[in-house]
Each structure stands twice: as C-alpha cells, then as structure tokens.
Design a protein around this ligand. Structure first.
Ligand SMILES: Nc1ncnc2c1ncn2[C@@H]1O[C@H](COP(=O)(O)OP(=O)(O)OP(=O)(O)O)[C@@H](O)[C@H]1O
Length: 633
C-alpha cells in the first residue's frame, strides 16, 4: 500500500481536483487507484466537491437514541479510544479520534476539539458515509472493508483537503463489520505506518472486548503458538458450545488455523484439536495449556467457562490440602537442594506477606512456580490474578490494572470495569514481565503498594486492597534501575525475596521433568524410547520448559497407544531437524557434558548404529565404544 504523498503527488491531486470541478469526471492516472475509485463513487452518489458543512435533510438522533442503538459497540470502544486519546494528547500533532457505526454514523469523538469551521458537521449522530460526504477514511474504510488512509489532499470535498485520516474497521465475532475507528489530523500524517499500527491495535482490542461480552456465557479460549502472545491482539479467540462446536472465532484464529470462518463455524473442535477431551480436563484445572492441531501446537488460556452444572467449575479448583500443595512446590526443585531451599524460603516469605521476585530465562516456569507458591500459601482459596505487563498495549495497561468507574470518560460509556488489582483482593497478584511496565505506571503502582489502597480511574474514593505480590522478569531489574528504566523505590517494594529459576539446560532432573510434563497431557503416558530420550537430553533448550512442553505435547498428539514407547518417529520433521542440528553447547556446561551430549546425539540420529555414528563423529569405532562405556559408567 502506498501511503505517503510527495510534492509531485500533491500537484497531481490538485490538477485532478480542477478537472473534476470543470468536467465532473475523474481524470485517469492522477490518483492512487483506491482514491480514484472512491472519487468516482462520490460523483456517482451526487456529492458536490464544493459542498459545505450543512446537514439539512439528514435524520438527527438524540444522544440517548444513538447510545441505545449502538450500546454494545460504544461500551466496548469508548474506554479504548479514551486511553488512546490520552496518549495522543502528549504528542504535538492535534488529532481527533472518531468512532462510527457500520453506517458511518459518528458515535463518539475524542481528542482535540473539532471546532475547526470546516468540520462543523463532524458531530455525534451525523453520517460520514461516502454517499453523504464523499471520499473520507471513515466512510471509505466501510466501503472497502479494510484499513484505509486518505492522505493530504485526497478527500473528495474541497473543505476537507487540508486533513489526513486513517480508519480501521472493527469486526464482530462473525467477521462482519460492526463499526470503524478513525484518526483525523490537519496536514500530512508524519508517520502513517505508526498510526496504522496504533489504530489496528486498538481496533483489535475493541474486537476482543466485543467477543468477550457477546460470548460471556460460553466457553471462550484464547490461543497462540507463542505463550507471550496470549493476551495480545494477535491471539486467536474461539467460542464453543456445550457440544464442543465452534460458535465464533476472530480473524487471528482463522489465520492461525489457516481456514476461513465459514469453514470453521459449526465444526466440532475435536476435529481440529487433538485431544480436545484432555483440553476440557485442563479447563477444569485452569491456567495455560497447550493443544496440537494439524497447523502445529498452540498455547491456550481459558477466558470464560460456561456456567452449567455439567461444565467444569469456573475457577481454579480449591487446593484440597495445603500440605499437598507444599509438597508439590518442593517437587519443583527436582532434587536441586539450593533451589529447594529458595522455594521453601519464598513460600514462608509469601505467607508472611513479603513480595517475591521470580527471575529466570523465558519459559523457565516463573508463572508455573508463582501459581504453586500461591497454592501453598494461606490464600490458596482466594484469587490468583496474573497480568503480563509486556502483553498489554502501554495505552491500555493503566485501565486494565486499576479499572475505571461508570462515567470515568467522556462519551456515552456506561458500566465500568474492575481492575486486575481489585480482582486480586484477598489473594495473590502476579505481575509477569514487571520490568516492562511503563515508568508512569510504576509510580502509580508504587503508591498502591505503599498505601494498600486503590482508586479506579474516575472514582473519587479509594478502596482497600489486600494482596500478596509475586513479580517475575527475565530481565536484570537491578540493571534496569541503573539505566533508570525501573524505579529504584519500586525495585525494593517488589524484591522482598528473590528466587532464581534454573534454566532447563542446568537441571539434573531432566528425565523426571519429561515424565511430569507428559503426565499433565496424558493420563497414561508412554515411556520415552532411548533414542528420543538421548536426543532430548542432548539438546540445549533455549526455550526452556515451555519448549520441552511443546515438543512432548506435539509428540504425544502424534502417538497412538499401539505404537509402544514414544520415539523419534513421533517428532514432526522440523522439530527433529532442529533438535538434531543443535550446534550449541548441550545441557550441562562442562566440556565433558558437551562431549557426552554430542555422542548421545549422534547415536540418536543414527538410531544406535555405532559404525555410522563413529563416521559422523570422525572417530574410530573403538574410540566410540570406549566413550560409550565411559558414558554408561
Ligand atoms: N515444573 C513444571 N512442570 C511441567 N511443566 C512446566 C513446569 N514449569 C513450566 N512448565 C511448562 O512450561 C510452560 C512455561 O512456563 P511459564 O509460563 O511458567 O514460564 P515463564 O518463565 O513464566 O515464561 P515467560 O518468561 O515467557 O513468561 C508452562 O506453560 C508449562 O507448560
């Protein structure tokens, strides 16, 4: 898409405008194709290029009627626009954010006031479709059904030519267009690509809110191949009925399954998702899980559960006995005594209200540990609320954390939202990737942690907040303090006691971990055969437990009970190639360990054939036999 206009383009557009004025026809080749087509439609609709701001003859709506007719869209979109507009106010450009419904009728306007004389008709209730106001991003995006930029000079009406606009459609869960958001600014847009991304992100976030509210009474699952993208606008969303049939899915879900919405809606999930029944069991357990499909494996998270006596309970199950939970916590250390001590101390500290900081590489199990710390704590039957500070757009994280009150924003917003902090009241708040929290919000969080009170946006009175806090990060927080990206005072507030999670390559309980992971995915998991076990042990696992979990989960999905043990044949070709062509130092960092891993890997690749493995390693068979003997001892 060409979205920047140059001085030459501006000259061509001006010429085209003169021709339309003179001849009533759009000259060929002077405008971008999309603009040329839109100007032609404007002419066909009888729009005059020199029309003013009059809205004679158009139906006017009272604000109550407008709100009632568009309540779902307004409720989902206005808080998001308000956040975005707060962000835009800090920028030098004066811009307007507009929400319109699928008829292009304006519902809400945020941002710098629209008192410009040529924008008098930009008001709630007025229709900005192409047939009323010619080419404009809001109206044209609805015709084109896709994100649209109308650059400087490209509006059809003369009076709008000093403005630039971008607009992005908002889709309903069934894929049809529900409305549109538009950003309008005087003069050319300096970085149109940035505006597009920002609007796309916001439209996506609104779509998620629409999806959640429409299917609040159904099982709704978010999924993505990468766990850190759960909660982001790239996550797929699936709503399922009691029979496991797909009721609705969002655009990212169609892309992730690489199938059209028409093809997927009404289809049974067990045709798509290997082990859908297991997945339902995990629903009971709550939290993040994985499922395998012909398109690969995905992480998923349950957003809603259908409230029915036949269905799984909504919340994480009560921990029957806290001593069991404490044992489970200790079992995470897998015989590593220093790690076991750290976990024991963290558990005691948390019980006494001290904040815990979990540090470790990505995928090393920080959230997993946080949940088990909570389960082993006196607050086990209270909520555990996880917030990934890196996954929520910066402009939205404040309302997500602190919530907002009815009428906190201008516009027709009704209702309000309970923030994650309040949702965690009485229980544990887990702030994942705390090092990614914006500085302004760090100050606000610090105040809340000091005063143990929270006031939702727009609410005068504060509410008491009783939480224990667990934070996690894969970044060096101390270093972030040094570079002033993380507040020192907050660092000490979140860092009551820290636990360093070992990376998978340094763990000595690798085999036991494989067994635990397989048991979470299969009631009667198979054993690993030796070539597969050897290959897995030899790999360096940059994605840690998450990566191991995905590999085992995928292999289990391809395994049938009559196959016997789980083996190399159950690995997809790409996974096997990645594991076999590992040129990094293997698990265990000593030279001896790397040599051991290299030998194991070669034996696995050549399926135990010593001659071929020796050839590949460029050593004699006798040497390899000797080394294998040492390995066994
Ligand atoms: N002790 C464990 N036993 C079995 N599986 C585990 C264990 N710890 C972690 N996992 C698996 O690894 C995945 C990643 O764990 P988790 O999300 O806790 O990692 P993380 O360190 O928080 O990752 P990130 O830094 O990316 O947020 C989990 O979803 C789970 O499938």
């Amino acid at each position: 898409m060409q979205i920047k206009t140059t001085a030459g383009d501006e000259h061509r557009i001006m010429r085209a405008r003169e021709v339309v004025h003179a001849d009533g026809a759009v000259p060929a080749g002077s405008l971008r194709d999309a603009i040329q087509a839109s100007w032609q439609r404007s002419i066909n609709h009888g729009v005059r290029m020199n029309a003013g701001c009059e809205i004679n003859g158009e139906r006017r709506y009272s604000s109550d009627d407008l709100y009632e007719a568009n309540r779902i869209l307004v409720d989902a979109a206005v808080p998001v626009l308000e956040q975005l507009s707060g962000h835009l106010r800090q920028r030098p450009e004066r811009s307007l954010l507009i929400l319109a419904n699928a008829e292009a009728r304006v519902l809400a306007i945020e941002g710098h006031s629209s008192t410009h004389p040529t924008l008098r008709d930009l008001a709630p209730g007025v229709c900005w479709s192409e047939c009323h106001r010619g080419t404009n991003a809001l109206g044209t995006a609805l015709v084109e059904q896709k994100p649209t930029l109308i650059g400087y000079g490209e509006h059809f009406l003369d009076r709008l030519s000093p403005f630039s606009c971008t607009a992005v459609p908002i889709r309903k869960p069934d894929g049809s267009v529900h409305g549109v958001i538009d950003l309008t600014q005087m003069g050319p847009l300096p970085q149109p690509e940035d505006w597009f991304s920002l609007l796309n992100l916001s439209a996506n976030y609104i779509e998620r809110r629409l999806f959640s509210s429409q299917y609040a009474d159904h099982l709704v699952i978010a999924f993505h191949p990468r766990q850190q993208y759960l909660d982001s606008s790239w996550q797929g969303l699936l709503a399922l009925d009691d029979d496991g049939r797909i009721l609705a899915l969002n655009d990212p879900a169609c892309q992730l399954f690489a199938q059209s919405r028409d093809h997927l809606v009404g289809k049974r999930a067990d045709r798509l998702v290997a082990g859908y029944r297991d997945l339902l069991k995990s629903v009971r357990l709550g939290g993040v899980g994985t499922f395998a499909t012909p398109r690969g494996s995905f992480f998923y998270k349950v957003l809603h559960v259908r409230p029915s006596p036949l269905q799984a309970p909504v919340a994480r199950p009560r921990v029957a006995d806290n001593s069991d939970a404490r044992e489970q916590l200790q079992a995470l250390a897998g015989g590593n005594s220093s790690y076991a001590t750290q976990l024991r101390m963290a558990s005691r500290a948390l019980a006494n209200g001290l904040p815990i900081l979990l540090q470790g590489e990505t995928g090393s199990g920080k959230e997993w540990v946080a949940r088990r710390l909570h389960d082993a704590s006196p607050r086990a039957d209270k909520p555990f609320v996880a917030v990934n500070c890196a996954a929520i757009p910066e402009t939205l994280i404040e309302s997500e954390l602190f919530g907002y009150r009815d009428g906190a924003f201008t516009g027709a917003r009704r209702g309000g939202m309970v923030g994650r902090l309040q949702q965690a009241h009485g229980g544990t708040l887990f702030l994942d990737e705390v090092g990614d929290m914006p500085l302004a919000l760090q100050a606000r969080l610090l105040r809340v942690l000091q005063e143990r009170r929270v006031a939702p946006l727009g609410a005068g009175e504060e509410q008491e907040l009783d939480i224990t806090l667990i934070c996690a990060t894969h970044r060096d927080l101390k270093q972030l303090v040094g570079t002033e990206q993380f507040r020192e005072d907050l660092y000490y507030r979140v860092h009551g006691l820290s636990v360093m999670l070992p990376p998978l390559r340094e763990r000595h309980d690798f085999d036991a971990l494989c067994d635990t992971i397989m048991a979470t995915h299969n009631d009667a998991p198979p054993a690993l055969d030796e070539p597969l076990a050897t290959l897995l042990r030899g790999y360096h696992w940059p994605g840690n437990l998450r990566q191991l979990d995905m590999v085992l989960r995928t292999a289990l999905a391809l395994w049938e009970p009559e196959d016997g043990p789980l083996g190399l044949m159950h690995l997809p070709a790409t996974t096997r190639a990645e594991l076999e062509n590992d040129d990094q130092p293997a698990r265990g960092s000593s030279i001896r360990d790397s040599e051991r891993a290299t030998i194991r890997q070669a034996m696995a690749v050549h399926q135990g054939n010593v001659s071929r493995a020796a050839k590949a390693l460029d050593i004699s068979r006798a040497t390899l036999y000797r080394k294998l003997k040492q390995l066994e001892s």
